[in-house]
Design a protein around this ligand. Sequence first.
Ligand SMILES: [Zn+2]
Length: 377
Amino acid sequence: MDVSEPNSSLFLPSVGQQLSKYTKSLQQTILALSDKYCSLLPHVEMHLKANVTNRGAVLLGRHVACDAFEEARPLRVVTHAHADHLTGLHQSLKSCETVVMTPATKDLINVLKGPRFLLKGNVKAIEYDRPLIYCGERLTLHKVDHILGAAQVLVEDYDGTRILYTGDFRIANTPVIQSDVLVIEATYGNPWRTRNFKDDARHLLVSTVRKGLKQGSVYIFGYHGKLQEVMQILHEAGIKAPFIMPKRILNISRIHQKHGARIHRPLFSSKSKLQSTLMGDEQYVAFYHMSWRKKIGPGKFKVCVSGWEFYSPCRQTGEKEYVVALSDHSDFKGLLEYVRQSQPRLVITDNYRAGDAESLAKHIKKQLGIEAKALPR
Ligand SMILES: [Zn+2]
């Protein structure tokens, strides 16, 4: 008998016992693993419900892309009319089934891009809090305090998960929306970007302009939306000097007036128009885009309104030059506060647009104990 060949009558029961033992053990392992992965599944799935692409599109649910073009998404949302949120809009108009925005944002884009631009696609202007249903998902634009027409975007998907993108916002007058997955802007995502001053920058803006008007005309510099906020502040403070501005800013300001901005006075597109209307050489407040700051001659009384001021609400930068801290973005504390109140399970910080998304994600995890990551990586 070959000693290398096992005795089959002795071997078979032993193999059978071994196999049965291994099978049981394997079954137990599979059950344990499936339990573990089943509990992980909703967690993994949550990560698939929102993203920010390398081209800046904020993807919500299965069908929505916000603020940049994404070819696989039938719905494009424009949260507001700032340039870094209009990325790829021309492509979206050509390719997407529908491009969604608020009526005020539509009016602003018509001024900024020309009245024919939006006619290239199917644009649907929807009011705040009026849901749009698309293939089992519910899309709602909610009000946000940023510029005229700005919206935060909520998508409720097939299983009821609430996926929210804040867009740009300042927290003071923004309603916080409850979410499961939250995509948040990160402009001031670093703790250094916290405004600790208590003084009211608006009050200081008014007193600085009054001081300038005693010496002559005053020139204000800022971005679209911010300039119109300044007009409203000065008008409400009772400053009577006429407002003049280039044609483009005039048109944008008229859209603000149409949508309820409290600037109840005539606006002038040039000094000559003003002089033909009024008698004498009256002092005025002139409004220019920030890019004109260096183009307006020396000796003028200039006030720049900027969000990038964290240590003083108003500082003098030259003999007749001032910077006033007026921001339409939340500072670092405001961003954390939004997350805290919204109570999401996962936060994605927007790492495409200017800001500090990595820092914000790190502090959300550390200070609030909520899972957070910056995208795109
Ligand atoms: Zn913006």
